[in-house]
Design a binder for this molecule. Structure first.
Ligand code: ACO
Length: 320
């Protein structure tokens, strides 16, 4: 049987960061409120002139270096983003050009904060079907460009960044299963409602709008369910999880999911304080952190989960 095995990871955060104290000067908020409600301490903001592809390239190069691989060995790029640099071409194609390679398929996936899980699942399917052997999967976002910096209800939450993984076809266990879901009935709970036409945003606003309380409840339930689904599919129990690598939206959401799964805090990779919610970049950023600081070890069982606008949500279970 062919598995998609996780070879290496990389990540990148833009240089400029915005602390809670910085936000206090912009909107009516304070560090105590943001910390207590979200656990976020700072978020990184893309520089003017930088694009999502710049973030993606830095993360991808870090992953390639960690894998000891050249980009020419890849045969697929799947890139998850909600904030492509252009309506087209895809950011995946821009990234392919940056990496100096061409010919093999490269495409974007848009599933907002679940984008990385969707991209990982897609790459896994390509590998299992024998249609790819070495795949670069990236989550990259410049969400700060969709944030209304006068709306204290949303501007404290989001930030920019990128994470990348390299998957390789292997006979050794890697990704055991992935589980994707969507429910478009909730399309308006978390959205950017504007439409692009004639070179301008029309019929709505170009900023994130969110029903925070409702999103919170759905996030806890849906992500916990997705983890249980992954365990059940593989005849595993909660005790078999070595690490939960959750979507980094809010410390309270992560804690609530961990509690439902009866995991101790030191089995959960938590990086949200450092970068806020980076949407599709959040899971690979956390994964890269856990692997590079040595907590996540080869042979351990990891569960990844995420939920985002759409709603979309999902999980992946893998042996590292
Ligand atoms: N600073 C200070 N006060 C604030 C701020 C702020 N930045 N934002 C809101 N408040 C106020 C509100 O106006 C309200 O005041 P009021 O009681 O006088 O009306 C009070 O704080 C409480 O507001 P709530 O919205 O009830 O606060 P809550 O505890 O629900 O926290 C939050 C809000 C953090 C947005 C929470 O609902 C949340 O995290 N939701 C999930 C959102 C999310 O993660 N979205 C990301 C995308 S989806 C995903 O990634 C899973």
């Amino acid at each position: 049987m062919t598995y998609a095995r996780l070879l290496a990871t990389g990540s990148y955060l833009p240089e400029r960061s915005l602390s809670n104290a910085d936000l206090e000067k912009m909107v009516d908020t304070n560090d105590a409120w943001i910390t207590a409600r979200t656990g976020i301490k700072k978020r990184h903001i893309i520089a003017e002139g930088q694009g999502t592809v710049d973030l993606a390239e830095n993360a991808a190069r870090a992953a390639l270096e960690a894998a000891g691989m050249e980009a020419s060995e890849l045969d697929l790029i799947v890139l998850a983003t909600t904030t492509p640099d252009n309506p087209f071409p895809s950011t995946a194609c821009l990234l392919q050009q940056r990496l100096g390679v061409h010919g093999f398929p490269a495409f974007d996936i848009q599933a907002v904060c679940s984008g990385f899980i969707y991209a990982l699942s897609t790459a896994d399917s390509f590998i299992r079907a024998g249609n790819a052997k070495k795949v670069l999967v990236v989550g990259a976002e410049s969400l700060s460009r969709l944030v209304d910096w006068t709306d204290r209800g949303t501007c404290v939450l989001f930030g920019d960044g990128a994470g990348a993984v390299i998957l390789e076809a292997s006979e050794e266990p890697g990704i055991l299963s992935t589980h994707l879901h969507a429910d478009g009935r909730y399309y308006d709970h978390l959205a950017v409602n504007g439409q692009l036409s004639g070179g301008e945003v029309k019929d709505g606003a170009g900023y994130i709008s969110m029903r925070g309380n409702e999103v919170f409840k759905f996030a806890v339930n849906n992500m916990s369910q997705a983890v249980l689904e992954a365990l059940a599919k593989n005849d595993l129990n909660k005790e078999d999880i070595d690490w939960l690598v959750p979507h980094q939206a809010n410390q309270r959401i992560i804690n609530a999911v961990g509690k439902k799964l009866k995991l101790s805090a030191d089995q959960v990779i938590m990086t949200v304080a450092e970068h806020g919610n980076t949407s599709a970049a959040s899971v690979p950023l956390a994964l890269d952190t856990g692997i590079r600081d040595g907590r996540i070890q080869r042979g351990q069982t990891l569960v990844l989960e995420a939920m985002g606008g759409g709603f979309t949500w999902g999980s992946a279970i893998l042996v590292y």
